[in-house]
Design a protein around this ligand. Structure first.
Ligand code: ADP
Ligand code: MG
Length: 480
């Protein structure tokens, strides 16, 4: 099913999608690349003070103008200051922290910059971007991450690259084995800094940064940085400059967001319906659990959709294979856990589906940021169950956007499944029973109002019912 035919048709669908006029954005933005929301079109990279060898790498990559975060962050980092940078998803934060490294590092000086990222896929991707940009400056970068045998990484490290990009667990492991010396690191970068400093990674980061011998220049970046995280981040930095390059909303204007109000039991069918009807270019479907990921992928496969699963319980080889297909445009749907929510940069992703709404509104920002990258367009659909209105509101408040609902068109919601109906009936009965027993124990209703003498309540507040039984028949008032 995943023949080159699929690849061609996905590419074509992606192109067709990009060619459609965008109803929400200005002509300049809908032309895709170089929208002023993302790029500083009156500046070049030379204006930022980068040297010819680094500029050559940028030309080779086809980067013409810096993005807003690059234009703002690069000069500050080049001046040697610590930087905390916040910019929207897909606006080139990798090059923003990478280019100053390529400019400042001596190609011969081993283990000078340590870049920490939350996932293995991101380690590979970030290292690749730095390798490409650094080709002419001749600054080498190596990726180290779990799931790949240490023996594969040993010879790469033996060459003593100036830049190491890694996931925290593997970085610590390699350091303990004596393969990754910490003595000379003078730059410490945290990509996705809020994820790196949240509870899952916090200890590892503290240990790693604590072991560096030199006080490093730090550059920490993310699309989302809460006040708490900022405080923690600052404790690792020397008088950092905070650079924020968005004004109103946290999400990119070119991503068209909407939600479907849908019962949980209808979600699979609705997803299938949308995929068949809308024929998206390349879609990432996010589910909350690994089990849901597998289930949804299987369901789509059964209905002849070329969907592949990705989550943290899969072997790295399998994860790499799926990523390979994704980058080749050789699959049409990736069903993923939040493993894929952060940082991944794949050109052809046109649609993101929040099949399960994330509990954490920041996760939403990152998930939908897998589309509409570097000034492109994208669509984000969220499936919101009847009891999840609050999640949606929290997201709207954090992102500062209004997410409109969309109708179903020709989709028919299914009947309430038997087990849900039975459960609801059971619940209703339970409520009724407890109401009855409450009535019984409460005894016959006493006509309180008729019995009381209003003159006994000089404040004018006359009770209309007996005090709550939990108060033991006594009413507590301020007067006592
Ligand atoms: P972020 O980390 O902000 O989400 P990335 O660093 O992954 O974004 O970059 C998103 C995409 O934009 C990548 O494909 C990258 O190669 C591309 N990109 C970055 N900077 C530029 C630029 N100045 N011009 C054109 N493309 C760029
Ligand atoms: Mg990134």
């Amino acid at each position: 099913m995943h023949s080159t035919n699929t690849a061609v048709s996905i590419r074509d669908r992606q192109k067709a999608f990009m060619a459609q006029p965008s109803p929400d954005t200005s002509a300049a933005q809908s032309s895709g690349t170089h929208s002023p929301e993302t790029f500083v079109i009156d500046k070049t990279f030379a204006d930022l003070g980068l040297k010819p060898a680094v500029l050559e790498g940028l030309t080779k990559r086809g980067f013409k103008h810096p993005t807003r975060i690059q234009a703002a962050l690069i000069p500050v980092a080049l001046a040697g200051k610590d930087v905390l940078g916040q910019a929207k998803t897909g606006t080139g934060k990798t090059a923003a922290f990478g280019l100053p490294l390529l400019q400042k590092l001596d190609p011969e000086a081993s283990f000078s910059a340590l870049v920490l990222v939350p996932t293995r896929e991101l380690a590979i991707q970030v290292a690749k971007e730095l390798q490409e940009l650094g080709a002419f400056a001749k600054v080498q970068t190596v990726a180290v991450y779990g799931g790949q045998p240490v023996e594969k990484q040993r010879p790469l490290l033996a060459k003593g690259p100036p830049i190491v990009v890694g996931t925290p667990g593997r970085v610590m492991d390699l350091a303990e084995r004596g393969l990754l010396p910490f003595a000379d690191f003078r730059f410490a970068i945290l990509d996705e800094v809020d994820r790196m400093l949240d509870i899952g990674f916090r200890d590892d980061i503290r240990k790693i940064l604590g072991k560096l011998k030199k006080v490093p220049q730090t550059i920490f970046v993310s699309a989302t940085i809460s006040p708490d995280i900022e405080k923690l981040a600052r404790s690792y930095m020397k008088d950092p400059e905070k650079i924020v390059t968005f004004e109103k909303s946290l999400t990119v204007a070119q991503v068209k967001q909407s939600y479907f109000a849908v019962e949980r039991w209808d979600k699979k069918r609705l997803l299938l319906h949308l995929l068949k009807k809308e024929a998206p270019g390349l879609t990432v479907v996010f589910c909350r659990t690994k089990r849901a990921v597998d289930e949804v992928a299987l369901y789509l496969n059964k209905h002849k959709i070329d969907a592949h699963a990705m989550h943290g319980d899969m072997y790295q080889k399998k994860r790499d294979a799926v990523m390979g297909k994704l980058r080749e445009g050789d699959l049409s749907v990736l069903v993923a856990s939040d493993l894929a929510a952060r940082g991944l940069d794949v050109d052809d992703i046109t649609h993101v589906v929040n099949y399960d709404m994330p509990e954490d509104p920041e996760v939403y920002i990152h998930r939908i940021g897998r589309t509409a990258r570097a000034g492109r367009k994208g669509i984000a659909w969220s499936f919101v169950a009847p009891d999840q209105g609050e999640l949606l509101t929290n997201i709207e408040m954090l992102a500062n956007v209004e997410i409109p609902t969309v109708g179903y068109d020709d989709f028919q919601p299914g009947p309430v499944p038997a087990e849900v109906a039975a459960l609801r009936e059971h619940e209703a009965k339970r409520r009724e029973d407890s109401q009855q027993s409450r009535n019984r124990t409460a005894g016959p209703e006493v006509p309180v109002v008729a019995a009381v003498d209003p003159n006994m309540f000089p404040d004018g507040i006359v009770p209309t019912a007996l005090p709550d039984r939990r108060l033991g028949g006594r009413a507590r008032t301020k007067r006592r």
